[in-house]
Design a protein around this ligand. Sequence first.
Ligand code: HEC
Ligand code: HEC
Length: 593
Amino acid sequence: MDLNHKQLRFVALTFVGCMTLLPVAAQTAAPEGIPIDHQLTIQKCGGCHQRDSSGMMRRLSYIRTSPEVWEQAIKRMVRLNGVSMTPVEAREILKYLTTNNGLAPEEVKPIFWEAEHRMSRDQSDKIPNDALQHTCNFCHNIGRVLSQRRTRDDYQKLTAMHVGMFPGAENVFRPRRPTGREQEPPARTFAVGSGNPAAEVLAGPTAARADAKYPVDIAIDYLAKAQPLMTPEWVAWKSAMKAPKLAGKWLLTGYQVGKGRIFGTLTVDPGPSPEDFITKLEIEYASTGQTFTRTGKGLVYTGFNWRGRSTMPKTDVDPTHNPAEWREALFVSRDGNSMDGRWFWGEYQEFGIDAHLVRIGTQPLLAGASVFSLMSPSTTEMKLYGANFPATLKPADFDFGSGVTVKRIVKTTPGVVTVEVETAAKLPTGIRDVALAHSVAEKALAIYDKPAYIKVMPDANMARLGGITTGKQFAQFEVIAYAAGADGKPQTADDVPLGPVKANWGMDEFPSTPGDDDVKFVGNVDQDGMFTPAVEGPNPERKQQSNNYPTNNWGDIWVSATYDAGGTKLKARSYLVVTIPTYVRYDQPEVGQ
Ligand code: HEC
Ligand code: HEC
């Protein structure tokens, strides 16, 4: 990516040249395509992407993809090809393309984690084909690749664009030239012991492929077949698609690593267009009773794909909590009565709330409980969160299953009822639902006798140094306690999670180099399990590696936790890599504006 502006302009112009010369035959041979009939798109893009008499525009008619990828293309057209438009026009074109050339819900579901900006530790379970791992996935998150639906011809153009603009792609697409067309040796990634990832090549380099294909040819073959431009899912969704009627009140059940359960109400009001909404969120952290209110807006693409943002005058310097701005990706269900996704923030979007929202009607709704588990026997006061609770609630209105009884209603408001619950002795360990009339909070809490062990979650994590030229990537850990299930043996399939518990946190060296001393430099973990990395350097105090390469503050360590379970000390740890900042990022925050 070291091309200067002039060179990029040259490459772009060369491409326009190619586009004018090449596709004539290809286009008459390929009737498949999606007509573009939006005046502004035709006006802004048609100068280069010619539109024919059947409404087909070069490139645009042969691609379906997510709002983020469309946005990325539009931004690139502005940056490299001198396309000029106002933000309002860009938004209108983006909206049109994502409606006319978008993805169906079934196509988005498996890759929604990318829109949610989830930290992906390992994507190997999400890569459907080895050919993609050895090509596209070398540079891209696999979600970006799986969000493409194109004609074979357009996949070819996409790879040609890569080779033209990012010459490094050639080494990936057609490696080891000119000696031969060798197959990539199969490799496997795996976790050693407690989550230390490693890779292993299963066989040495193999001979040239009999079919003389390069990795890029195999990737295009795969993509053209598995992710074609037209699919039955898209044809069906395009006829069913409509602007969802989201206005109203929604009940939130959320979870934030390190903070626990979150409940609240999202009020959605109509915005300036049928796809635009204005939001107000009132939430409460169940573990602390801390509350806050935020306002925001959202926009629904392709009838189900919510992107939004919510803001708050900055009052809180704690990076884990109530940031000045967060972004939102929610997947609206087909019936329009539930939404699931993530609200995220942080330099690397590493903080987030998993959000599940259901529409509030007129009936009482139960969302969940402030506690994760009840010891058998015990008496516990807890809050139950929901909506439309009548002032007349009685203990008998709640059903916790046999052996768990509501003794007393302490306090009732329309959204929270505080109850005192008695748990009988010798109840079987397991997870229970809690019901209020016909509303059931599924898997609301666990019943247990004693915790058997703890786990630090996630079991491997990554942080990035920062603070001088770029922000830090923090790493939030939490400790989950487990009870041995019915078999009485820990670490078996029937174990029951008891929810997060408060632990003592520390850091230990992960010995990976001679005289390893990373633990002194990488940063610190606090008593809430939040790891704050050190600055990116330079740090003259830090020794050089044996190859004289400056190490600065990066390294790998164990983050360890000790939990006092009534006199027994339970310990666990997680592997943490503290690495350098990412200086180049691909992100399209504009889609939520
Ligand atoms: C000044 C000429 C020019 C204009 C105007 C232009 N483009 Fe392009 N576009 C190109 C060129 C050249 C390429 C091929 C090289 C590339 O992919 O960047 C291209 C490629 C593309 C691609 C394919 C990228 C991919 O993902 O494979 C998309 C999508 C696209 N343009 C969208 C648009 C949209 C939307 C507009 C209008 C807002 C637009 N273009 C306006 C020159 C232009
Ligand atoms: C050598 C690294 C590399 C490889 C390999 C690679 N890409 Fe890319 N890709 C890039 C870069 C860099 C960009 C440009 C990002 C930008 O425009 O900001 C890009 C852009 C894209 C885009 C966005 C196009 C646009 O209009 O901006 C898509 C889609 C894409 N790649 C898909 C793929 C697919 C599919 C493959 C595998 C066949 C692949 N890439 C392989 C580096 C790579």
